[in-house]
Ligand binder design. Structure first.
Ligand code: DGJ
Length: 725
């Protein structure tokens, strides 16, 4: 609910459990007065005013030394105006001066959620979401900003984006435009970031805010394996089910920065948006620049409710039809079985074995096109390699149908090998500054997706190749980062736009794919989880969570990922042992348990398994199909951290009548202690049957006292299926 009080100037956004409040003060500065548990009243009374040395006073203060933008909590901070904290917006004007100093002009409420042209955004209609637009103006720069707020009451979700409009008659340059600025009155907070590397992504790191700026971000052109565009600020004592926390997410798949400043008076400011390093945007008279969308969820009761609200919002209001809430096929992916070494008979043999065990989708990974026999060549030549697949993809897809399977295909549209026909014809289509030697990643270059003709060419090849093919799934991969992006199609003063235009180009082509093949499930991937962000989820309802298929490592990766993203979005496969990533062995039961907590599939030679193992796989597939609605649409509870005696989690149905509890034991210890697993999310008054145990368990006992675990042996799995009676 959005409440505008025209008498007091108070602007209040209420969600189910939280309140967000702003107020334009006597000088038109839009103050941020409160964000936290739901309350009523004018919170501007809490804002302290004092004469602070070396915090300057704007002209309007008329000598009032207690009024300084350096001290006041602001909704969208400027720059060069006496506020030395993190800027949200920085402009370079035609006279070379830099700054941004905005004052409130008006605000309006719009039914339904706003949309952003060419950018991903949460969606919702009037009974789910409403929009607030606040306009601020910098009269010197002749620029206005529209602060957009989407209020999704049921999810405690507040989305934000900013439109910058040039009303002057000369081009100005945007040097920075954050999507979100959040001033909080106390910096006694911890910052949690989700960091890692290729094959070990999104591991939570938590530390108290120290004085100064601390930030994470990406300058790699993709959101990156190294840092995720999602951070949490929380009370020092916050845990899964207690104390205040704020989650902030950017719906963006390129360079980003999340920065938090603990300033001189121990207040905190968070900014989140496109990374300002290397970014500039030329805004001609009359033009508008729109930032990517950011999303905030405040939870008064810890991380669990925050995550569950993000999960629900992503599932209901970000993932689009036809995949919202729809079952996804159990798949087998060829990559770790064949790599580049396959032909149709090898693939069909794998498909036949897989189909017999209940697997529904066969994903043909890298190597089916051009002369791609290793990762050094062929990328960009999107026609079928008929020496591997005689007659092309159409007969192959028909043969799969005869086995009762559908076809999925791997593609990597954004990159090109120098050893390819595409590169030979268009060497100027790669992103690289003139005269600079190439910097290669996986021996490949990045295509200039800022250019429509480049996207059109890639799209045209794929459309021709896929014509007449019975296709159910595409895996859109991206296996390197951008370096020194420079586009031959843009003038020198626009080169600072390339990284953002690249992301817009990726989104445009993804959207075209969605429209051309509306029933094809697209799985995102960037060497696993190098672009696992909410921006991609708008186009690709699931993302390959990590190239690391080791089940034990996946416990940590999926745990970290779950803080922001729902299990149904995490591609997760049972792979062979010992793991090709860690050389570690894990039982089929453990691998199945871990993979079942995501978008489930296999990535191993199922034909090479023993009869007992095949029976276990068939059992896993059947079990997954039986519980997948729970995993997809239920609520997710982290029951432990991944570094204790066990890692445990639960998927609980919305009506609390069914739950799947999964646990994988940690490293062995001698004489292990007796352990009781305290469940969450059940109805305390209901009685639950666990698997086929004769005895019923009251929900309150399971949650308050716990379920007695057997003595745990290293890396063994337990799955408990609870049904209320
Ligand atoms: C990286 C992906 O993450 C893998 O799953 C696989 O698709 C390879 N690329 C293929 O080149």
């Amino acid at each position: 609910m959005i409440i505008l009080d025209h008498n007091t100037g108070l602007i209040t956004l209420h969600t189910r459990r939280t309140t967000y409040q702003m107020k334009a003060d006597q000088h038109g500065v839009l103050l941020h007065t409160y964000y936290g548990s739901r309350i009523r009243g004018d919170l501007s009374r809490l804002i302290p005013y004092a004469d602070r040395g070396f915090s300057p006073n704007p002209d309007e203060a008329a000598g009032d030394r207690t009024y300084s933008l350096d001290v006041l909590p602001q909704e969208y901070s400027g720059s060069g105006n006496g506020d030395y904290r993190l800027s949200s917006l920085a402009l370079e004007l035609p006279d070379g001066s830099c700054g941004a100093d905005f004052r409130y002009t008006d605000c309006i409420i719009i039914h339904d959620k706003y949309e952003l042209d060419g950018l991903p955004a949460f969606f919702g209609i009037s009974d789910e979401a409403e929009t607030l637009v606040i306009t601020l103006e910098d009269t010197v720069a002749q620029v206005s900003v529209q602060l957009l707020y989407g209020v999704f009451e049921a999810y405690d979700l507040i989305t934000r984006a900013v439109r910058v409009v040039n009303h002057g008659d000369r081009t100005i340059r945007i040097l920075q435009a954050a999507s979100l600025c959040l001033d909080l009155p106390s910096a006694d907070l911890d910052l949690i970031t989700f960091d890692g590397r290729h094959t070990y992504e999104r591991v939570p790191h938590r530390a108290p805010l120290r004085p100064g700026v601390q930030s994470v971000g990406s300058l790699r052109g993709i959101s990156s394996h190294q840092h995720n565009p999602f951070v949490v600020l929380c009370a020092p004592d916050a845990g899964e089910d207690h104390a205040l926390c704020y989650g902030a997410m950017l719906l963006y798949s390129g360079n980003f920065q999340a920065a938090v400043e603990r300033n001189q008076f121990d207040t905190a400011r968070l900014t989140l948006g496109i990374h300002p390093d290397g970014f500039t945007w030329n805004l001609a008279p009359g033009e508008t620049f729109c930032t990517p969308e950011a999303a905030l969820i405040c939870s008064p009761d810890g991380f669990g409710p925050m995550s569950r609200n993000f999960h629900r919002a992503i599932r209901d209001c970000l993932i689009r039809d036809p995949w919202a809430g729809r079952p996804k096929p159990v798949l087998v992916n060829s990559w770790e079985t064949t790599y580049f070494d396959f032909d149709d008979s090898k693939l069909l043999a794998l498909a036949k074995e897989s189909a017999a065990l209940g697997v529904e989708l066969f994903v043909l990974d890298d190597g089916w096109f051009g002369h791609r026999n290793d990762d050094r060549g062929g990328l960009g030549d999107w026609w079928t390699n008929e020496s591997k697949l005689p007659g092309g993809l159409a007969p192959f897809s028909r043969k799969l149908r005869e086995l009762g399977m559908s076809l999925g295909l791997w593609i990597e549209p954004e990159c090109v090998s120098e050893d390819s026909a595409l590169y030979a014809a268009h060497p100027d289509w790669v992103l690289n500054p003139p005269g600079r030697p190439y910097v290669r990643g996986r021996d490949q270059l990045v295509l200039d997706f800022t250019r429509k003709e480049v996207r059109d060419a890639v799209f045209g090849m794929l459309r021709k190749t896929l014509d007449g093919v019975d296709l159910a799934y595409l895996k859109w991969d991206m296996n390197r980062c951008l370096t020194a992006p420079w586009s031959a199609a843009l003038p020198p003063e626009r080169q600072g736009e390339v990284s953002h235009r690249y992301v817009l180009g990726v989104y445009e082509l993804l959207e075209r794919f969605r429209k051309t093949w509306p029933n094809v499930l697209i799985e995102g991937c960037a060497g696993g989880g190098g672009r696992f962000d909410a921006g991609m989820l708008y186009y690709t309802p699931q993302i390959w969570c990590s190239d690391n298929t080791d089940a034990i490592d996946r416990l940590t990766i999926q745990y970290g990922t779950s803080f922001a993203y729902p299990p149904c979005t995490m591609g997760a496969h049972v792979a062979s042992v010992p793991s090709c990533h860690t050389d570690r062995w894990a039982s089929l039961a453990v691998r199945g348990t871990v993979a079942m907590s995501g978008a489930f599939g296999y990535e191993l030679d199922l034909g090479a398994l023993s009869p007992e193992e095949k029976a276990e796989v068939a059992q896993q597939v059947a079990e997954y199909k039986a519980v997948q609605d729970l995993i997809r649409n239920g609520d997710y509870y982290r029951l432990s951290r991944p570094d204790g005696p066990y890692t445990a989690w639960a998927n609980v149905s919305r009506n609390q009548r069914e739950a799947l509890v999964s646990l994988v034991a940690g490293p062995a210890v001698a004489a292990p202690p007796f352990l009781f697993l305290k469940l969450q999310g059940l109805d305390p008054k209901l009685q639950y049957r666990i698997n086929d145990e004769p005895e019923l368990w009251p929900g309150d006992i399971l949650m308050q006292a716990g379920y007695p675990l057997p003595l745990l042996r290293e890396h063994t799995a337990i799955r408990l299926h609870l049904t209320a009676e």
